[in-house]
Design a protein around this ligand. Structure first.
Ligand SMILES: Cc1cc2nc3c(=O)[nH]c(=O)nc-3n(C[C@H](O)[C@H](O)[C@H](O)COP(=O)(O)OP(=O)(O)OC[C@H]3O[C@@H](n4cnc5c(N)ncnc54)[C@H](O)[C@@H]3O)c2cc1C
Length: 496
């Protein structure tokens, strides 16, 4: 911490024992109020702060947020009747942490699911759009018929996908990349034409580097257990098998706040006591002091706390940690980051020739287009566009096309718009275009990520009443962030 600053001390408060009851054991009368600083006001930080208060409603929690608003990347805009998410537009209930939090907040009623129709992505092949084979869910294929009929694959490619059930299973738990796993199980075409665009679109990652162990371990477990992913599908209970016409991600498990992600952020923030949030308060450094306590330095203010939870992205966390643990800071700084940009487009339905009978369009890398995906937001969720209008969100950049993010805003808008016009057969001009850039906001879980995180955890464990949480470690999705924040809160509580 810099010298010459005002020292504000949030002392551990101990109420005096009642003098008139001198015979009572003093210790039992003393109530200890703890104080915890949460660094970062994104969903992870808010979930952590909320959970600390659930565990101990007398705890003094202070959330430090560097910007002038809460939510981190979760931001919602309302423009001319469009409801636009600037980043995440849903969370899954597959991992229950986010929905559990919503239930505890009484926010469940505010959530809506995806529309029941058109639950599938279209995939680009040679400039044409084709549906993903029916029933294909993530890395588990659907029916034999749907694969055999799919124009996405050539004849040899289809046969190779069907032969997956006879490919010897790999029993080793050694990590491997998504690309290696998918090619090994489904062959080159199945990987390039279906799995790469589907999973690459979700993680905005380079599949040659993406760690299966850190992201999709459940599919390796299915392989080990059933010998094949096709067979794992057959052996699961009938209710687990997709019986409808959907494909792609588990759209039946997607939820979103009707009024946008920002309303969830506000709900969590409102649950915290007044004075818990410090906006425009970037934390520069932390210092461990006597009595297992912490000094948090933000601008001219220095406060002391009994515990600290750092919920920043990897590079911001590395920066804050530099002075008190350079080794941990170095490891945090080594987590690779990618960026992405989203172009939100509002347009009249009559300008689009395509039937819009899908939730989105995903683009294989081999198509060589400056485009990762187009999300048909107003097809996916109700209330995203005025009647007769359509809201699209066009994703560009990611780990495989970093050069696109070097273009200026106008170039990105123009090139992305050209793609929309070509693929969806659009005429005329859009009535709304907004570009959101998310440079370096996507942590990349490369091979050995799990080991790297274990190493970071070991270093973090050396500091008492100190926790790291957020999307850099054990999951990037909102539920994983909530779980990570809540786990950190529990560990801090247990350390007191
Ligand atoms: C474009 C995009 C689309 C996504 N889509 C989805 C999706 O559809 N579904 C899903 O589940 N997940 C999605 N994700 C992932 C998910 O939204 C994020 O992983 C999650 O919201 C991250 O939350 P966080 O609180 O960990 O980090 P952040 O949201 O990054 O919050 C960190 C906060 O810390 C603040 N901060 C930074 N430095 C300091 C400092 N020194 N002192 C104090 N404060 C500081 C920042 O201003 C920020 O508010 C998406 C992410 C992106 C970028």
């Amino acid at each position: 911490c810099v010298s010459g600053i005002i020292l504000l001390v949030a002392h551990t408060f101990q109420s005096a024992p009642a003098k008139q009851k001198a015979t009572t054991d003093m210790a039992s009368q003393m109530k200890t109020t703890r104080s915890v600083a949460v660094i970062g006001g994104g969903i992870t930080g808010l979930a952590a702060a909320h959970h600390i208060r659930e565990l101990d409603d007398s705890c003094n929690v202070v959330v430090y947020e560097s910007s002038d608003s809460l939510g981190g990347v979760l931001q919602t805009m309302s423009v001319d009747g469009y409801l636009i998410e600037r980043s995440a537009d849903m969370f899954t209930t597959r991992d229950s942490s986010a929905i559990d939090l919503c239930q505890r907040l009484g926010f469940e009623e505010q959530l809506i699911g995806t529309n029941k129709q058109h639950r599938r992505p279209l995939i680009v092949r040679d400039g044409q759009l084709y549906p993903m084979p029916t029933g294909w869910s993530m890395l588990v294929p659907g029916s034999i018929g749907s694969v055999m009929k799919s124009p996405l694959l050539g004849f040899g490619g289809r046969i190779r996908v069907l032969l997956e059930r006879f490919v010897k299973s790999r029993q080793s738990t050694e990590d491997e990349s998504l690309a290696d796993f998918a090619r090994r199980r489904f062959g080159k075409q199945g990987y390039q034409r279906i799995i790469q665009p589907l999973i690459g679109g979700i993680y905005t990652a380079d599949p040659e580097k993406l760690s299966m162990k850190a992201t999709l371990e459940v599919y390796r477990e299915l392989e080990r257990k059933h010998g094949s992913l096709w067979r794992s599908r057959k052996r699961r209970q009938p209710r687990d098998v997709s019986s409808d016409k959907s494909s792609g991600a588990r759209y039946d498990m997607f939820l979103t706040p009707e009024a946008g992600m920002q309303s969830l952020v506000k709900c969590i923030a409102d649950s915290l006591p007044e004075g818990s949030i410090r906006l425009n308060s970037p934390v520069q450094s932390l210092e461990s002091i006597a009595g297992n306590r912490w000094k948090v330095c933000s601008g001219d203010s220095v406060m002391e706390y009994d515990g600290v939870i750092v919920t920043l992205g990897a590079s911001a966390a590395a920066e804050v940690m530099k002075t008190f643990d350079s080794e941990m800071s170095g490891l945090l700084g080594s987590i690779p980051l990618a960026g992405a940009a989203i172009l939100a487009v509002g347009i009249d339905r009559s300008q689009i020739k395509h039937p819009l009978d899908a939730f989105g369009i995903i683009v294989p890398q081999m198509e060589d287009r400056p485009l990762i995906a187009i999300s048909l937001s107003s097809v996916k969720f109700a209330g995203r566009a005025p009647d007769g209008k359509v809201l699209l969100r066009v994703f560009v950049g990611g780990a495989t096309q970093p050069h696109v993010l070097e273009w200026d805003d106008e170039t990105i808008k123009q090139r992305a718009w050209e793609q929309v016009c070509e693929l969806l057969e659009v005429t005329g001009e859009p009535e709304l275009m907004e570009l959101f850039r998310w440079d370096g906001k996507m942590p990349q879980y490369h091979l050995r990520h799990v080991e790297l995180v274990d190493q970071i955890q070991n270093l973090s464990d050396r500091h008492s009443s100190f926790e790291l949480a957020g999307n850099a470690y054990r999951g990037v999705g909102i539920p994983a962030c909530v779980e990570s924040g809540e786990t950190a809160a529990q560990r801090i509580f247990d350390s007191f």
